[in-house]
Structures are given as C-alpha cells and as structure tokens.
Write a protein that binds this ligand. Sequence first.
Ligand SMILES: *Cc1c(COP(=O)(O)O)cnc(C)c1O
Length: 371
Amino acid sequence: MSHRILVTRSSMPAYEEYCEEIKDIWESHWLTNMGSKHNLLQQKLLQYLDVDKIDLVTNGHMALELSIQALNLQGEVITTPFTFASTTHAIVRNGLTPVFCDVNPMDFTMDVTKIEALITDKTCAIIPVHVYGNVCNVEEIERIARKYGLKVIYDAAHTFGVRYKGRGIGSYGDVSCFSFHATKVFNTIEGGAVSFHDDAFGHALYNLKNFGIRGPEIVESVGTNAKMNEFSAAMGLCNLRHIDAEIAKREGIVLHYRSRLEGVAGIQFSPIQRDTQPNYAYFPVVFDEKRFGASRNEVMDRLAANGIGARKYFYPLTNSFDCFHGTYDVYQTPVALYLSKRVLTLPLYADLELADVDRICDVILQCKNET
Ligand SMILES: *Cc1c(COP(=O)(O)O)cnc(C)c1O
C-alpha cells in the first residue's frame, strides 16, 4: 500500500531556523513571563492580523475561557453546537448557560435569522464560530448585539489571517479568540491570542493570564496562569515568516480538491465567500447518501482502508456530548445535526502533495461508482 496520509500535519520551520531563533534564549536564560520573543510575536501578530489590540495566551481555549471571564458575563450565551468542544466548555466552565442556535446550511456558521428568537432577559452575549475558516455574518450579528446590548466574542480559532472587507477578522465584535495549536493554520506548538478594542478588557484579561500580578508587590485581582512561553513564541516567530507561502500552498490544494469534486452529485462543500480573503484552514465535504450513493461513514472507512485519515469534524455536536447528557435538545439545531452526520473533513496541510489529493479523490469517487 502507498504511504499513509494523515488528516493534518503541523507546519514547522527548518530545524536550523528554529535553532537559530532560540539561540538567544540560552544567552538570556529568560524562558517565560512576557520575554522578548513573546513581546515581539505579539507586536508582529498585531500587524499581521490587522487588529486593534492583542494579547497572547497559552492556548486557544484559555483565550475563550479568560475572555468570557474578563467580560464578567452572567446568564445565557447564544452559541452554536457545530464546533470543537472548547467553545461550549469555555461557556459552561464560566458558569454560564449555552443556548444553541442552529447553523446555516451554506457555510455552517451561526444562522443569524434564528438568533433573535433565542434572546431572553438573561442573554448576555453571542459567541459565534468562524467555523472551518468561514466568516460569520458579522454585520448582522453586530446589528443584533447593538439592538439588545449583547457582547460578541468570536471563536476565531479557524480564521488565522482571514480578512473580511479589507479588515482583519479579529477586528469584528468585542473580542476574537485565536488558537495557535499545532494543528491550526499557524502554530506556536500550543498557543493562542485574544484581539479586542477596549483597554479595560485588556487590563482584566492580562490580570487573568498572570495571577493578577501588576508589580513586584502588587497583586490586583485573582487570576490564573495562561502566559505563552519563549519556546512557543520562538516557534511562532519562525512560522510567521512562512505563513503567506503556507496559505498559498493550502489554496492550491483546496482548488485541486474542488476541481476534482465539484459538480459530483451528493457532494457539497462551502461556497467561496464574498469580500473575504480566506486561509483555507479545512476542507469539509458533506455527503448526501441518497444522491451520492455512499454514506459519510462508508467513505471514511474506505479512506481509512486506503491509509487515508479523514475526520468527522464536527461529530458529535457539542450539545449531544456525554457530559451534557439530558441537558440540551439536539433537535433544536436540526441543520447542525444533519451536517454532523454527513460531514467529513478531508486531509489538508500545506505540504500535502497534489498527487495525494488525486489519490484521496479517486477513493471517494470509487465509493460512488460502486453504487
Ligand atoms: C482548536 C480550537 C479551539 C481551542 O484551541 P486550543 O488552542 O486547542 O486550546 C477552540 N475552538 C475551536 C473552534 C477550535 O478549533
């Protein structure tokens, strides 16, 4: 059998480039606590992401959890279940109640026509997800948030480097949370960042990430530890040098997938979004068994038998997790439920060969032809 293809593969700089980057850490012996790598990466990301203000944290989940905490929210939060566990867990771990809004069947982001019906006098915020790198309807979400006085925190874990109408995606809403996990478009091994506008929020967030410590003898508030260390920041500085080339390679791969699968009955993928500069983070495909002739699970098993890893990303929905058993009604989000049973995320990373994309598409199309 030919070589195995995994669903993802972390971007890494050349070994020598990373060694060169960490050399001065051996001179300074400064390993963490807002060192020079941390501060330089923060400054470079402010520019690259084209946002107002930014703070780095240990991971994308802490970005979400601490942002929610820094906003001092209470009550209900409107969010979507078609996401990674982190989004919902960050809400629940803050003692808030997630209220699940369905997603739209075109780009899988929050269905903005269904938000207002979910607003009650307990609603304090909306936490939408730019899922797979698809941009939410930020204008409509902003209009609703203004009308009802709600905060908006975007889960921007999938949208590193995405721009919408000429602005960095992290400049929309009150707060946006990025993940720099190893599997994301841009990584610092583990890491994350919060972009925001309000200085008081930034102050509260910084306190939360550094034990509330403001000076050698000043502890202002009760915080936790979510600081990014120098080795992670060094990885980020290296990866950032290559990010545009990495995204360009991803684009080539996605265009190849699209050209091979476009127009095949029973296969759906997200449209190219208007006014958006995408990052090609994921390539999710929705299989309609009746029209395609094989189910998502059958396609996944066939790919696995051929040494190809694909993921049911996102299945199960967060509102049907075992840990929430009996708490939420998954039938409140029927589109998300439909998608979660049919979606398969195909292998995608910058170094994936186009010949491998052909191999993957051949296996998928074989499933169809046999039926
Ligand atoms: C990866 C991810 C997170 C969490 O980020 P980590 O850096 O892994 O903690 C949050 N939300 C979504 C949608 C993600 O994909």
